[in-house]
Design a protein around this ligand. Structure first.
Ligand SMILES: [Zn+2]
Length: 126
């Protein structure tokens, strides 16, 4: 995460930009943080400054122009882990009945697709 990056804020759930901010003790900056441009909620501690000039311009979208303006191109240390967002596919459901010609759901008693997902998903016991 870096200043200028477009994100969905985990606090206010709005599409927003990462903003650079500071925690003040009186007039003294005690810590720099990254915060939501909309709700001002703290998103992360300010990343360590990059130790070498950034040469990878492939990710240069219009959205990062703001980051370039700030002179910040810190490495993204937090990657979105898509694998944690596990889909509840019918093929992994206890009600799923495999058949050579069509696959059925034993719960709804109808043809289903292995890659469907279902509100009645029941994890299959291995
Ligand atoms: Zn927010």
């Amino acid at each position: 995460m870096k200043a200028g990056e477009k994100i969905i804020c985990p606090l206010c759930k709005q599409e927003t930009f990462v903003k650079e901010g500071a925690i003040l003790d009186g007039w003294t900056v005690t810590a720099k943080i990254l915060k939501c441009a909309l709700c001002d909620g703290k998103l992360a501690d300010f990343p360590e400054p990059a130790t070498e000039p950034a040469t990878d311009k492939n990710k240069n979208t219009g959205l990062s122009a703001f980051a370039n303006f700030l002179g910040e191109d810190a490495p993204v240390s937090v990657k979105h882990n898509i694998s944690q967002d596990v889909r509840r596919f019918c093929k992994d459901c206890a009600h799923f009945i495999e058949h050579p010609f069509h696959t059925r759901c034993g719960l709804w008693d109808k043809t289903t697709d292995p890659m469907d997902d279902c509100e009645k998903f029941t994890p299959r016991k291995s």
